[in-house]
Design a protein around this ligand. Structure first.
Ligand SMILES: O=C(O)c1ccccc1N[C@@H]1O[C@H](COP(=O)(O)O)[C@@H](O)[C@H]1O
Length: 206
């Protein structure tokens, strides 16, 4: 059986990027959102990506960024996939002519299926916890029983750790899981032992 893919998000330095890659992460996430404690500049991101071994997908995360900011990052950094984590409409997301995933937050009363259907060209739908006033990276989980079945592959995020990811995979069967705070020693610095423990938990999940 194929194992669940893993993205380690919020990478801010080369050491953490290599630790994620060597632990077996399929993708690393680079946050281009200035309010995040994990934000990187295009220059920092370019150095991180240049240090990666082959076959590690690079994901650029934006939260309602202006189009020219996204374009500038794409010109300076070899990015494989875009992650839109705000309220970006489909026309905006497709305008960069790059593969993208759309993050949706599990806000009570929101019709997730309808929102996901508004992004028919998204490679996947990432579901994250809803915390008022914060776009993501909150370390909060949500009720996985509330996840509807979606047309696009599901990326499960929000408060995952080595301790809960096996339960998440068993219950939700996502295409991929995305983790940030659960493998940190402090905001923006990964704990390499936690990254390895997370990968091991995913590898052993059934
Ligand atoms: O990581 C951030 O700082 C961040 C900021 C703004 C939007 C999204 C962000 N991260 C994404 O949030 C989820 C969940 O993170 P966590 O594991 O609960 O800490 C994940 O998709 C990150 O990519």
């Amino acid at each position: 059986m194929m194992r669940t893919r893993v993205k380690v998000c919020g990478i801010t330095n080369i050491e953490d990027a290599l630790a994620a890659a060597h632990a077996g992460a399929d993708a690393i996430g680079l946050v281009f959102y200035a309010q995040s404690p994990r934000a990187v500049t295009a220059e920092q991101a370019a150095e991180i990506v240049a240090a990666l071994p082959p076959f590690v997908t690079t994901v650029a995360l934006f939260v309602d960024a202006p189009a020219d900011e996204v374009q500038q990052v794409l010109q300076q950094v070899p990015i494989d996939l875009l992650q839109f984590h705000g309220d970006e409409p489909s026309e905006f997301c497709v305008s960069f002519q790059r593969p993208y995933i759309k993050a949706l937050r599990m806000q009570p009363g929101i019709d997730i299926t309808r929102q996901a259907n508004m992004h028919p060209l998204a490679l996947g739908i990432l579901l994250d916890a809803w915390v008022p006033g914060l776009p993501g990276g909150t370390g909060q989980t949500f009720n996985w029983n509330d996840i509807p079945s979606l047309t696009q592959p599901l990326v499960l995020a929000g408060g995952l750790t080595a301790d809960n990811v096996q339960q998440a995979i068993t219950q939700v069967n996502p295409w991929a899981v995305d983790i940030s705070g659960g493998v940190e020693m402090s905001k923006g610095r990964k704990d390499h032992a936690k990254v390895q423990a997370f990968m091991q938990a995913v590898n052993n999940a059934v």
